[in-house]
Design a binder for this molecule. Structure first.
Ligand SMILES: C[S@@+](CC[C@H](N)C(=O)[O-])C[C@H]1O[C@@H](n2cnc3c(N)ncnc32)[C@H](O)[C@@H]1O
Length: 387
């Protein structure tokens, strides 16, 4: 049977603007394979194929995707699901050939998808395009700047994480958002647009950064977009004044201990949601001198990675200790940014969690380190426990 008959409907689904994702799944612990379309005029009609096993992704056109799919099925993969905005098509390998089943999205899927953003969607509206141009992500001709493509993917993924978590705040008539270490505030400007103009949610933003020049630039962009419910403060996150209700605090790639400042500010201000993607983990690396697992930190690169892992594990435990349900997620693929651990924390309890505090203390004692997060949360880590 020809490939186009075997995978009937797939070529038109891949080439339609409604295409979202093709996922190939196997048994026997075969890593999942994802196929996503690339964006930007120069990438039109091209797809990125990657296996969740860590090997580098490769770029393919439609017919190469179909060839690749045939070869995956020949290697023992069992199912491919092509998701589009109008539903999904499932191709399942059976002894008699490929079985094809088309389905409309379920009501639950439609609910989940309601706020889902993809890059095409981001670029659809003239408002977002002019904002992304103002932010320097698009050229004045409207093309994605090559060096900014990864930033766009980060914004898209962050928006989707926020859209999934927003129901946690459904009781509120308006939400107060803090962006710690906002830089050029790409994320907050785009989120403002989606919250106010697409999702119709009243949200007020406070964006903080120590870089005065960037803060002034953000204020200019805010004025040119007339985004009145955004304020910008040139201060360190740790000095952000309390006294106002904060519902969601996020910090994307705050340098080194700025992520600790963000976590601590979120805890101190009792923010329902805290989302932090840490960056450049310098602090603990310089403290890893005496500990029982020397082999782990003998080699420079591994020491750097281990310091990052230890720092983020301690941060996650600190959040748990403060009563947050915490998870660590991969935020973007490694080739988009190697700094791709997202700590997602939702406040579930007003009392501290002593088991998490204990785990935190054991871990930091084992490695003989003294992390900033602990000093910034003195009420969680009582002095008596730190001895
Ligand atoms: C890598 S940039 C990230 C900017 C932005 N969040 C993004 O993802 O595009 C890090 C930013 O953190 C800011 N920063 C560093 N330490 C800070 C602190 N303690 N408080 C506030 N901002 C800080 C820097 O000025 C810089 O703009």
């Amino acid at each position: 049977m020809s490939q186009s008959l075997q995978f009937m409907g797939l070529v038109s689904a891949l080439e339609s603007p409604e295409f979202r994702l093709l996922e190939v799944r196997g048994g026997n612990n075969q890593p999942k394979i994802s196929v996503e379309s690339l964006h930007g005029e120069e990438y039109s009609g091209l797809f990125r194929i990657y296996r969740k096993s860590g090997e580098p992704p490769h770029v393919a056109d439609t017919s190469e995707v179909i060839d690749a799919l045939s070869s995956y099925f020949a290697q023992g993969y069992e199912q491919a699901i092509c998701y589009t905005e109008r539903g999904h098509i499932t191709y399942t390998r059976t002894p008699k050939g490929i079985r094809i089943k088309s389905e409309q999205p379920s009501q639950e899927e439609q609910g989940k998808e309601q706020h889902k953003v993809d890059v095409k969607y981001l670029l659809e509206s003239q408002r977002t395009r002019s904002m992304l141009t103002e932010l320097g992500i698009l050229t004045t001709e409207g093309a994605i700047r090559r060096e900014q493509y990864n930033k766009l993917i980060q914004i898209k993924n962050f928006l989707n994480i926020i859209s999934e978590i927003l129901p946690e705040l459904r009781e509120l008539s308006h939400i107060n958002i803090v962006d710690g270490a906002c830089g050029k505030s790409y994320l907050s400007f785009v989120l403002y647009y989606f919250l106010h103009e697409e999702w119709r949610i009243d949200a007020r933003f406070t964006c903080i950064d120590t870089n005065k020049t960037l803060i002034r630039r953000c204020q200019q962009i805010r004025d040119s977009l007339s985004y009145e419910q955004m304020e910008f403060l040139d201060t360190a996150v740790k000095d952000f004044p309390s006294g106002q209700r904060v519902d969601m605090l996020y910090s994307l790639h705050g340098c080194d201990t700025a992520s600790d400042e963000a976590i601590a500010a979120g805890v101190r201000l009792n923010s329902k949601i805290i989302l932090v993607v840490p960056c450049c983990h310098f602090e603990l690396r310089s403290q890893l001198h005496r500990h029982p697992l020397k082999g782990l930190t003998k080699y420079g690169l591994l020491e750097e990675r281990f310091a990052a892992l230890l720092t983020d594990a301690l941060r996650a435990l600190a959040l748990e200790a403060a009563g947050y349900d915490t998870s660590a997620l991969r935020f973007v693929m490694d080739d988009i940014s190697p700094k791709n651990t997202l700590l997602r924390a939702i406040k579930r309890s007003s009392s501290p969690n002593p088991q998490a505090t204990q785990q935190y203390l054991e871990l930091r004692r084992m490695f003989g380190v003294s992390p900033t997060i602990e000093r910034l949360l003195p009420d969680i880590f009582k002095k008596s426990e730190l001895a």
